[in-house]
Design a protein around this ligand. Structure first.
Ligand code: ATP
Length: 778
């Protein structure tokens, strides 16, 4: 920046110019962030830019900072990695590099920067913003720009987004990309399990995570591994005996496979590294377990591939939020990072989050492991406890309750199968066994209970077999069988008699809207049938995600993944013809959740939901829109376009009819086809998120039931908390009495919650899909 050079020119304009960049390690979902930011910025009247190659692009400038148009990011949701590149940039660690970056930004007239990366990238961002006034001053003092030129740039707005596969940033439950990485890890472990079981082998699987054990922990929970090693929580000094004891116990119970998951950064309590080889040697020791043991290091496959539905949703919603945060910021607003807590997108102080993250690494270094665990979010430590409770079954006798408090708990699945139902049963059973309760399976819902009662091996009521249940962690469907019938249809008197006959102290239901309705019926019948005065709780599980009392039901994440994968393939199939619109019919009952969220994940042109309905006028508007889209398309589109319609969005207009209307109206300018994925939407192997949440929520449910204890009929009858639904609501996990849910939260005729938290996402999907806002006629 020699002062003799004449002042550089800047492209000043009235419009806000927002640049987006990705930095640090790539993660699935980063492209979704870029797409959302670019399109939202354009939608809100700003100019969008991308900085290519991370901070390297900022430092070098030139054509590494490029103006982006709407169509430039078409199809990006389905692409893995980051299409605008990323790099580790040494120059940005130096002031001279950051000065060059400031000059380049101002040269393009950019006054706001959105950065998606890990804690290193966000630290760099914060430093840049803190230093900005002095960088500007230096550019003026050295004559690079005049004071007048610099006047609009006295303040730089920065917003951070966390893209990382490790889920290593404090203050957010999930980083963009972590659930995709977890999906790859679990997929690999599921494959390994088959061969492990065939040969009765042990496998030590090493996963990424130098300072963060999230991937190892969640993979352990989702796959039902025997043992895990994570940096934040080294096992006791006797970890060798502990691990071998648990593995030996599982083998004695008949297990043919052993899976140990170890994070890259696993340590013992003295801070010494625990390597996969050390673990392997222990398991294989001829004087000990003598297991045929192999090591699998997953490496970079964990980063690869397209983003799962959840990461696409997170990337899109957080990208939109980042643009809003940029536009709302004033010079006094602290730099923020966009996070998610349970189910809520929130803004937090960027530096606080980064500092807390660094404190975790520091605490691990100082061997202050309680502090390291305390700094992770509550879900992390709860999942750790869940893992311990479900793996060390019957080994840890300290967990057992007194004889008089032991309960007989009936498990029942109601409704259609949903991903995670089996994982929930498995976790509930394991927790019950650890506590000394008696978990009992009621097969095939209330219909099975009423018609096939009998405790013979073929009867509807059977004790669980631990070994069998332990293999259900990653199984789809419902192993204990499920049925839609309500207790009133099966015969309330009969159900009440059977509950009395089997002396159940509590009921644990897992299912969808019918299950909720069943709990409601059982509660209402308590006056008539005293045997129903036992604590009852429901863990919502349905792909439709339409159970009131929660924003999330098990199985809905699996369903979204299936739909997103299906739509990606369908879309790609049109890459030869290009001018094709697919109309895809989704399930979901009278809730447009899966249609809307999968539409968000694949960038649908339009989504039709039961909430909004479909009219001829709306269809006409969409036909006009598609005609203009294809008229303007000069061949940039690499794939077809998608319209999603929920199965109950309209009594008349279904996928086929809409495809035919489009064909007729297109007059040969484009083609259309319908696609009905049908029951594929229930998914094969449930997603890791459904499996992990199943474990956590099922344990919470049994803990809730056990608070009541045994023989408390009178207490139960008058206690609204004795018939509840567990749910994720906003930023917390809560039990809500069914009385409250029935009266205040349920839209009974439409079998869905009255207030659906995701409705706003439909507008975001429409905006980013480029669909003009639809105004119904007066
Ligand atoms: P990952 O989670 O994949 O490690 P990350 O964002 O933490 O992602 P880093 O390599 O730590 O990855 O950082 C990426 C880039 O951010 C660095 O190459 C550097 O350009 C910049 N950066 C990191 N820390 C700083 C810092 N303290 N000051 C200035 N720039 C930094």
């Amino acid at each position: 920046f020699a002062s003799q050079t004449p002042p550089a020119t800047t492209k000043m304009a009235g419009k806000k110019k927002i640049a987006i960049m990705t930095s640090g390690g790539d993660s699935p979902g980063m492209n979704g962030v870029v797409r959302a930011c670019v399109r939202m910025a354009i939608h809100l009247g700003c100019e969008a830019y991308c900085v290519y190659e991370g901070y390297e692009g900022l430092v070098r400038g030139g054509n590494l900072i490029r103006r982006m148009q709407w169509l430039d990011v078409r199809g990006w949701l389905s692409e893995g990695g980051t299409l605008i590149g990323t790099a580790r940039c040494m120059a940005f660690f130096e002031r001279a590099g950051r000065l060059a970056a400031a000059k380049n930004l101002i040269a393009e007239g950019i006054d706001a920067l959105i950065i998606c990366g890990g804690d290193g990238s966000l630290t760099g961002a914060d430093r840049f913003r803190a230093e900005w006034p002095s960088l500007i001053q230096e550019l003026e003092d050295t004559g690079v720009y005049t004071a007048e030129q610099l006047a609009p740039y006295r303040h730089l707005n920065i917003v951070g987004l966390v893209g990382s596969i490790d889920n290593d940033l404090s203050g957010t439950d999930a980083t963009i990309g972590c659930y995709s990485a977890l999906a790859r890890v679990c997929y690999a472990v599921d494959l390994i399990e088959a061969t492990a079981s065939s040969h009765s082998r042990a496998f030590v699987v090493e996963v990424m995570g130098r300072h963060c054990g999230w991937l190892a922990l969640m993979a352990g929970v989702a796959t039902g591994a025997d043992f895990i090693f994570i940096p934040e929580k080294p096992r006791e000094d006797n970890w060798r005996e502990e691990m071998c004891g648990i593995v030996e116990h599982h083998r004695k119970l008949g297990k043919r496979k052993t899976i140990v998951i170890i994070a890259e950064g696993a340590l013992d309590r003295e801070g010494n590294k625990i390597s996969p080889e050390m673990v392997k040697d222990l398991l294989a020791d001829k004087n000990g377990l003598g297991l045929d043991t192999r090591i699998t290091t997953l490496g970079h496959v964990q980063r690869g591939g397209t983003a799962v539905a959840y990461d696409r949703m997170l990337a899109t919603l957080q990208g939109v939020e980042a643009v809003k945060a940029v536009l709302e910021a004033t010079p006094d607003t602290p730099t923020c990072v966009i996070t998610i807590n349970e189910n809520k997108i929130v803004r937090k102080g960027l530096m606080e989050a980064v500092q807390e993250t660094k404190m975790v690494a520091k605490a691990i270094e100082c061997q202050d492991f309680d502090r390291a665990m305390g700094l992770r979010d509550t879900e992390f430590s709860e999942q750790y406890r869940s893992f311990m409770m479900t793996t060390a079954v019957q080994v840890n006798h300290k967990m057992q309750v007194a004889e008089k408090d032991r309960m007989k708990i009936g498990f029942i699945n109601v409704g259609a199968p949903a991903g995670g139902m089996n994982a929930a049963v498995r976790a509930g059973v394991a927790y019950c066994l650890s506590r000394g309760h008696e978990p009992v399976a009621i097969y095939n819902g209330f219909a099975g209970f009423a018609r096939h009662h009998g405790d013979s091996p073929l009867g509807a009521v059977r004790p669980f077999d631990w070994l069998e249940v332990d293999g259900w962690a990653s199984k789809g469907g419902s192993e204990i069988g499920t049925n839609r019938e309500l207790p009133s249809e099966s015969g309330m008197e009969r159900i009440a008699d059977l509950i009395e006959h089997y002396k159940f102290d509590a009921l644990f239901l897992i299912g969808g809207f019918e299950a909720f309705h069943a709990v409601s019926q059982l509660r209402k019948a308590r006056d008539q049938y005293p045997s129903l005065c036992i604590p009852i709780t429901l863990l919502p599980a349905t792909i439709s995600n339409n159970v009131p009392g929660t924003e999330y039901s098990l199985g809905s994440d699996t369903c979204l993944n299936e739909l997103v994968e299906y739509c990606d393939k369908i879309k790609q199939s049109a890459s030869a013809t290009r001018r094709r619109v697919f109309v895809i019919e989704t399930q979901g009952g009278r809730s447009g959740y899966v249609a809307t969220l999968s539409g968000l994940g694949v960038g649908a042109t339009a989504v039709y939901t039961p909430e909004e309905g479909v009219s001829l006028d709306m269809l006409a508007a969409d036909v006009r829109h598609l005609k203009s889209v294809f008229a303007q398309d000069q061949g940039q589109s690499r794939a077809g376009r998608l319209i999603l319609i929920n199965e109950k969005a309209s009594k008349v207009y279904n996928a086929r009819l809409i495809a035919e209307i489009l064909r007729e109206e297109a007059h040969g300018r484009f083609e259309s086809r319908e696609g009905i994925p049908g029951h594929m939407q229930q998914g094969g192997v449930p997603s890791p998120m459904d499996r992990c949440r199943a474990v956590r929520l099922a344990i919470r449910c049994i803990q809730h039931l056990e608070q009541f204890g045994r023989n408390v009929h009178n207490k139960v009858k008058n206690d609204p908390m004795s018939a509840t639904v567990i749910g994720i609501k906003g930023a917390s996990v809560v039990f809500t009495p069914v009385t409250k849910v029935e009266e205040e939260e349920t839209d009974w005729p439409n079998r869905r919650p009255k207030a659906e938290f995701w409705l706003g996402m439909k507008d975001i999907g429409d905006i980013l899909g480029g669909r003009p806002k639809y105004h119904p006629p007066e």
